[in-house]
Design a protein around this ligand. Structure first.
Ligand SMILES: Nc1nc2c(ncn2[C@@H]2O[C@H](COP(=O)(O)OP(=O)(O)OP(=O)(O)O)[C@@H](O)[C@H]2O)c(=O)[nH]1
Ligand SMILES: Nc1nc2c(ncn2[C@@H]2O[C@H](COP(=O)(O)OP(=O)(O)OP(=O)(O)O)[C@@H](O)[C@H]2O)c(=O)[nH]1
Ligand SMILES: [Mg+2]
Ligand SMILES: [Mg+2]
Ligand SMILES: [Zn+2]
Ligand SMILES: [Zn+2]
Lengths: 205, 205
């Protein structure tokens, strides 16, 4: 059985469900610890009045789900076990309980390789990396950046500490993807966060 | 065909080759950007007089290989393409040119999930994480830590900047693995590096 073809079919079913119910789904990918959960937490607080839900993918445990649920929204954990990425089948089982959600954030497993191959049915693909992973992280993973709608370069306040050239990271991202929206953020300092929220509010309208 | 059984058979062939030729092979795993290449670079410089070689696994490109080769040792790049981990088959093709090496560092693809399943034939498994990935990175990936011989918690000088509790990370590692040697390092500041080199020199003797 062609794994990716089967996944595509389920992803389309998920996408139909999202469109029918007016849900905008985001697939948030990126390396381990790039800041995906913190982004969701801060975004929930800033999008007051909008019905937000979240599905948090991890190998094991519910840590990310509990962090997000503590912000007062519906959140569900998916444990992928041996799999290093979410796929449409995992998501298919979870979406029906989010029928009245407007924005659904799906946090993928931390991994810069396989999540790029599996469409979940999302409307927007977000790739988040942090400067602390080194300024070559973009050029080393062209696939996942090529397919992104939004690219977030996070923890920029730490660039000097690891000698990372943020301009190079953004250049590499732009070379791989002419259309994506690119944000530079530091979620602890608040840098670039307003620009992200403004883009999100545009999308919801 | 059972993928892992086929891998195990090739890993044993690799291991026989290493043992016959007096090569101590290390499989260095860890998340994207945790500091694996920098560790190899600094270790080469500190192990003057010992014949060191390196195999650098990445999805694409030769960036890590060129960094390591510039330290004057034999280094080979392996590009894994769609695969998010090295396996014994990739390694099998590279090892014959390292016959006169004493220490062979194999840097795995940045990923905290799949590399744990694939024995390469190494003698020591090293797992390297950095505090900037968040202090929950150990508890979230039990499999890879359970099988480690050495665990390195890197970039410790940045712990406050990301509010990471390094004691917790070390506690989590010790709970998962009673035997592994655990190092806390900051490769830029030099913290803990001598302890790592001392351990390595013990191993070589
Ligand atoms: N200084 C700084 N720390 C950050 C920033 N974003 C996230 N962090 C810290 O980085 C660590 C990881 O953040 P998370 O939000 O858990 O990252 P994640 O991508 O969800 O991690 P996984 O789900 O484990 O892949 C935590 O210690 C955060 O506090 C940032 O912009 N600046
Ligand atoms: N401040 C600080 N920076 C570090 C430390 N170790 C590595 N770095 C920086 O972290 C970034 C990544 O280091 P690399 O050695 O390329 O990491 P890697 O694990 O080989 O990365 P991949 O091969 O891409 O998975 C680079 O900018 C390094 O300079 C450390 O202990 N402290
Ligand atoms: Mg997370
Ligand atoms: Mg590297
Ligand atoms: Zn994978
Ligand atoms: Zn994998």
């Amino acid at each position: 059985v062609d794994l990716l073809a089967a996944n595509k079919k389920l992803a389309e079913e998920n996408r139909e469900f999202f469109e029918k119910n007016g849900i905008i789904a985001f697939n948030i990918m990126g390396a381990t610890g790039s800041g995906k959960t913190l982004l969701i937490e801060k975004t929930i607080d800033a999008m007051d009045g909008v019905k937000v839900g979240a599905i948090l993918g991890d190998v094991i445990g519910k840590a990310d789900c509990e962090r997000v649920a503590s912000h007062g929204i519906k959140a569900e954990a998916i444990n992928t076990g041996k799999e290093c990425h979410l796929d449409a089948h995992f998501i298919h089982h979870s979406i029906y309980s989010f029928a009245d959600t407007e924005l659904l954030f799906i946090e993928n497993v931390g991994n810069m390789v396989c999540p790029a191959d599996f469409d979940l049915g999302e409307k927007f693909r977000i790739v988040m990396v942090s400067v602390t992973e080194g300024d070559d992280v973009v050029e080393k993973h062209p696939e996942i950046f090529r397919l992104a709608d939004v690219i977030i370069i996070n923890k920029v306040a730490l660039a000097d500490a690891v000698e990372a050239d943020v301009d190079k990271m953004e250049r590499d991202a732009r070379n791989l993807n002419a259309k994506a929206k690119i944000f530079r953020t530091d979620l602890r300092k608040g840098t670039g966060f307003d620009e992200w929220i403004n883009w999100l509010k545009e999308v919801v309208r």
